[in-house]
Write a protein of this length. Structure first.
Length: 367
């Protein structure tokens, strides 16, 4: 029966993908499921739904599910294919919701045995602006005395049903990097009359890649990559402007600060050599996902099948905002498909969701 519910929830939700904060059908579905249980339903902030199960205990354990899909046209012939053109659950959020909805049923059955109250959090906008931040700012965790939070992400590169995580750094801090270079145009036959913004941007690109490898400890992973460079107007004119668009991924605030300082120093050096002007902007992005050591140790004791990853991963996740408010544990659940996240063919066998639900049931009873 539990597996049937997991499959039903996931497929129902897969058919109605919605994006960002615009989630009316998804919210209505989640609410209909939760209304049958002895919990208090409320919305602490925009496009968010919470279910509070009061066990009469002083503290509360929270479990999070992200609800938003992606603006991707699904390429599938399955009978639960997206009904919303150009939108798709291609990152497993339908599976995350299915696990937490099924957990609601299990919580209602054993509420009098639980060591904590339970708060289920269904949040928007993980894929865009970070809906988790708004949930944190709502004060819901303080109001309901939450002292821990758990979350999942389906992971295609792990064998089906495998649960994995690691203490400390798990996922990267992300920031978009925008570099604007302003020069002066001239005919290519008279380069001395111009200031070459294309050359300056190319020099910055090359040197930034070289210097990032020398920065910090060799064993501390970091990534700086630029995916787009636009410059100039014509083949026979010195470029008067360039735009570099990239991303920075690191695992500590210290490395972020060091990288930012390195890039600004490099820009200053190239400015002096070329006469071009540099402007560098970093988006706020998501903080790194860092699992609480004590919570991880408890989970590892309760979940003997939990695999410990050797290294953190380069993706980012807004679950990190929760971990800045309270101890949190983020776990990966293998689908075994190898189909990349955000692919228009993303899919998985719902049988893997049972492993996530079973783990959540054990996490309910951690000290």
């Amino acid at each position: 029966m539990t597996q049937q519910l997991l499959t039903q929830y996931r497929r129902d939700l897969h058919r109605i993908p919605e994006t960002d904060f615009d989630l009316p059908e998804t919210l209505a579905y989640v609410r209909r499921v939760l209304e049958q249980y002895p919990c208090t339903l409320f919305s602490p902030c925009k496009s968010t739904l919470c279910a509070y199960f009061d066990a009469g205990k002083p503290h509360t354990a929270a479990f999070r599910a992200d609800m938003d899909a992606l603006p991707i046209a699904e390429r599938s012939s399955c009978d639960y294919v997206s009904h919303h053109e150009g939108k798709m659950h291609a990152c497993g959020h339908d599976g995350h919701m299915a696990i937490v909805l099924a957990l609601a049923g299990r919580v209602s059955q054993m509420l009098d045995k639980l060591p904590r109250n339970v708060l289920l959090v269904f949040q928007p906008a993980e894929e865009t602006t970070g809906g988790a931040k708004l949930v944190c700012e709502s004060g819901v965790f303080e109001k309901y005395r939450c002292d821990r939070i758990f979350g999942w992400h389906l992971w295609p590169d792990l064998p089906a049903g495998t649960i994995a995580s690691r203490p400390g750094s798990l996922l990267a801090r992300s920031s978009e990097v925008t570099v604007t270079v302003t020069g002066k145009s001239s005919h290519v036959a008279k380069p001395h009359e111009g200031r070459d913004a294309l050359f300056a941007a190319s020099a910055f690109l090359y040197e930034s890649y070289r210097l990032i490898e020398l920065l910090g400890r060799p064993e501390e992973p970091r990534l700086l990559k630029f995916g787009k460079l636009t410059s100039g107007q014509a083949r026979n004119a010195i470029s008067d402007s360039s735009l570099l668009l990239g991303t920075l991924r690191v695992y500590s605030d210290e490395m972020f600060t060091a990288t930012e300082a390195m890039l600004r120093d490099l820009a200053g050096t190239i400015e002096r050599k070329t006469g071009c002007r540099f402007e560098i902007a970093f988006s706020a992005g998501y903080p790194p996902v860092r699992n609480d050591q004590a919570l991880f140790d408890q989970a590892r004791a309760a979940l003997p099948e939990l695999q410990v990853l050797d290294e953190p991963l380069m993706i980012s996740e807004d679950f990190s905002f929760y971990q800045q408010r309270l101890p949190g544990l983020f776990l990966l659940l293998g689908t075994g498909t190898g189909i990349p996240l955000h692919a228009d063919t993303f899919d998985f066998d719902e049988s893997v969701l049972a492993a996530g639900l079973a783990a959540d049931e054990l996490l309910l009873f951690l000290n």
